[in-house]
Design a protein around this ligand. Sequence first.
Ligand SMILES: [Zn+2]
Length: 497
Amino acid sequence: MDLEDLLKDLSYYSIYHLGRSKFDQVYLENLLLDEFNLSCPSNKEINVKEIKELKTPDKFIDELKNIGISETKITKIFALLTPSPSQVIDTFNNYRKIDSTLALDYLYNLQIKNNYIKKSFLEKNIHWINKMKDNEIEITINLSKPEKNNSDIIKNLLKKEENKYPQCSLCIENMGYRGDDKIPPRQNLRILPLSLNNEEWFLQFSPYGYFQEHAIIINKVHKPMRITKSTFFCLCDFVDQFDSYFIGSNCDLPIVGGSILSHEHYQGGKYTMPLMKAKDRYIFKTNNKIKVSYLDWFNSCVKVESKDKKILCEALEKIKEAWYSYQNDQLDIIPFSNGQRHNGITPIIRKENKTYIAYIILRNNYCNKEFPEGIFHAHKEYHNIKHEGIGLIEAMGYFILPGRLKNECEEIEKLLENKEIDLPKYYLSHKEMKIHHNLINKLINNYGLGLKKEFTHQLLIDEINSTCVNILKNTAVFKNDERGNKEAIKFIESIKL
Ligand SMILES: [Zn+2]
């Protein structure tokens, strides 16, 4: 298709899918022509029916790429076609008057239709559920998310780039930004301003879409992550406004926090995380005002339920304060060293039938000689699968594994199908596979070589399943054994909630 024809179709697409008025069509077509230094529009007939039926803009993206248009330019085209940020906010608020879920659906779908969220690409991510006797966890191999390591995250937190614009990839200045070597173009990003606990925040969707309607809720000010009493009120305020979403904050410490600690933000979405399906292991208190329990989960999580926001937030603050100073040398829980705090929490809140349900996952980032990267971080033997910090989403049992694993697992499967293999020679030509050395040895020792394809594939799935469960157990400050449970109960009882 000629570029002029495509631009005509795109200007019609914006009316049916991006909420532009039909009076904008000629104007938009002219703007697009100018982007490419073209003076005359196409006179082809528009196939309105076909355009109306499109579920994603993929057809256009493919055609634009076929005629050599760059990704950056494609983003610019969709930015021009999308209503302005203020128009999007107005439409959102109009929907919101009817129903907040409808309003969120509008923004989410707009971001798919304007190519900000690349839905078909996300659908290529691999996903499965590992069902166990009492619990389940979900595992995804995310083909688009870049893999980060903890030392880079700490470096980024400490690094101050005075003249950097935007200061980080979460700052509001990304909206409309053309992108650079570190930050992708964000001209088609649209956001929603929010007021949380009398502070200015905004919501945007994650382009990496780990799960359904994966939203990021960002402080308008670029300031470091810090969990305070106000955090709990902000999280409650959010679920008051959008009760179909959960919301949570990463811990405000490196190793056990998220990948961006330099800019305060939360994550949420329309999704029931595996942790939320877990049952209570112990119930400490239950009356008509508050319920406090300890969850039957892989890591250490206190669950608090209340209809009263103030009672809930007071309880969460008490748990946080008690945990920040909790010390148990036998369990390697060291709260402070060299003036640094090591105890932290990952709080998550959702709302069900007007009751706030809060989950406080207890975290600690202390390192010792045996575990120089963190006692309660994924242990070294699992780093071939995942070495990044176990953030909020994963601590809830939803794993986001790096895209490289897709090829690497296929490679291991192929290797196990061989009748014989010279491993040292194999690693010379497959250097990236060296990190899986222990896993490969273990599989060969246990099952031998010359295996059938269906069998090898299941072997790898089983291996990833058990690794993810073990990583979650690594992050548990109180292990699920007699001593761990006894100490956990003692700690929660001491808070006097
Ligand atoms: Zn920022």
